[in-house]
Design a protein around this ligand. Structure first.
Ligand code: ZN
Length: 436
């Protein structure tokens, strides 16, 4: 356990030191449970979202993408059930003012300071705001607590505009907000977070089969992107754990240093949402099946993953410490497609203008294809260590020989094997490596 919390400390330190994740508003003392992605974190995030989008939208024939607004009509959240039942039951400590979920309290007093507690009361997790000039009940609006509803309310728009037939899905990546009381573990549970969600619409009766299919497809995606199988598991929810709208749900969990926790949930949401929106909006959201002349409200399978949690899992999983020639080597053995920097070009001698020029020319050329950088701010040994630590798959060194043979040395992050490659072929060589 000690070892595990050490590991978490190392990840937290790496994230801050190397520009993956910073605390929000840090110069003002930080805003609790809100995080900023630094230069390298922003790259990983883009890469992860791209990998997801490629896999669920581009590589399939039965999916469309969507990018709905964060702000929606308040009726949306009445229909979805969030206004009435998206709440925690909370108690406050009268002396230290700390707030707890009722489930966290075992005795009758504050677990932190022993102070007296208030009566339990309901606390809605949605973040409220007001739209327009007047701040009253009529202008009340919410920051969406899930991206899903933006998909449901556009179901008919997508069917009509894209001439889609059930079964098909709509995929979306976007921010959601929850006024969480218990937060912590870096970006694992934050008040502002990003989701990668699919609502997959199917004919009632075929839902269980599609549900199973999506559980295994989504599990395989994490494995394919490099998460170790021993750190991944599928956990089916018990009946009493299920959300009010769900018939079944399986979590894909990752073994974080702080324990097994959810990366993604795959839920069978039945026809709950479309039915609710039909009722509340007064619009008939049923689907008409040409072939059979049947009219029905589709069932929905929802694979819903957390972008921030996944990034944390990929960082934790790929963090590696080993002994190399009597020295400690830290590396991020992260999938090449996720690595924030794909190639670093390092001149062996930074006081030789011809070497520097060649290295900079190589960098410029690589930048057309990938995130590449030039660095000459330290000795070669140190430059390698810096790149290893942030998971750069390839380091390219330019030396004196490069000037005569027009070749550079390419070093592989994981094998540390070095290849001498012709400068003209370098870009193609790396592009090919990334396609493998
Ligand atoms: Zn207290």
């Amino acid at each position: 356990m000690q070892q595990q919390s050490d590991k978490m400390d190392k990840i937290v330190s790496l994230c801050k030191r190397r520009g993956f994740i910073f605390q929000s508003s840090e110069i003002y003392g930080g805003l609790a449970s809100t995080w900023d992605y630094g230069p390298l974190g922003a790259e990983i995030k883009r890469n992860l979202k791209d990998a997801w989008w490629r896999s669920v939208v581009y590589e399939r024939d039965d999916m469309e993408g969507l990018d709905a607004a964060i702000l929606m009509r308040p009726e949306t959240w009445i229909a979805s059930g969030h206004v009435t039942s998206f709440e925690d039951t909370l108690v406050d400590c009268k002396s230290c003012k700390k707030r707890f979920k009722v489930e966290q309290i075992t005795g009758k007093v504050c677990p932190e300071c022993g102070g007296a507690l208030t009566e339990a009361r309901q606390f809605n997790l949605m973040l409220k705001t007001h739209l327009g000039a007047i701040e009253d009940e009529t202008s009340l609006s919410y920051l969406r607590p899930e991206t899903a509803q933006g998909i449901f309310v556009n179901f008919q728009n997508v069917v009509t505009s894209m001439r889609r037939k059930v079964p098909f899905g709509i995929a979306q990546i976007g921010k959601s907000f929850r006024n969480e009381v218990t937060t912590g573990n870096l970006t694992f549970r934050s008040r502002e977070f990003e989701q990668m969600e699919i609502e997959f619409f199917v004919k009632p009766g075929t839902d269980e089969e599609w549900y199973e299919k999506w559980v295994s497809e989504r599990y395989d995606w994490y494995v394919k992107l490099g998460l170790k199988k021993e750190n991944l598991r599928k956990r089916a929810h018990d009946k009493d754990e299920l959300a009010h709208y769900a018939k079944a749900c399986t979590d894909i969990e990752y073994q974080f240093p702080f324990g097994w926790s959810e990366l993604e949930g795959i839920a069978n949401r039945t026809d709950f949402d479309l039915k609710q929106h039909s009722q509340v909006s007064g619009k008939d959201l049923a689907y008409f099946e040409e072939e059979t002349k049947e009219k029905y409200i589709p069932y929905v399978i929802e694979p819903s993953g957390g972008v921030d949690r996944s990034i944390l899992a990929f960082l934790t999983d790929s963090y590696k410490e080993e002994e190399v020639k009597g020295e400690k080597r830290v590396s991020l053995a992260i999938d090449k497609s996720l690595a924030p920097i794909k190639a670093a070009v390092l001149p062996l001698l930074r006081n030789r203008p011809e070497i520097v020029k060649l290295a900079k020319d190589i960098t410029k050329d690589l930048k057309k294809e990938m995130k590449a950088m030039y660095d000459d701010t330290a000795s070669i040994g140190r430059l390698y260590r810096r790149q290893d630590e942030v998971g750069t798959p390839y380091c390219i060194t330019v030396d004196v020989d490069s000037l005569s043979d027009r070749k550079a040395t390419v070093r592989d992050r994981d094998t540390m094997k070095q290849d001498r490659i012709s400068v003209d072929k370098l870009k193609d060589y790396l592009v090919e490596k990334f396609e493998q």
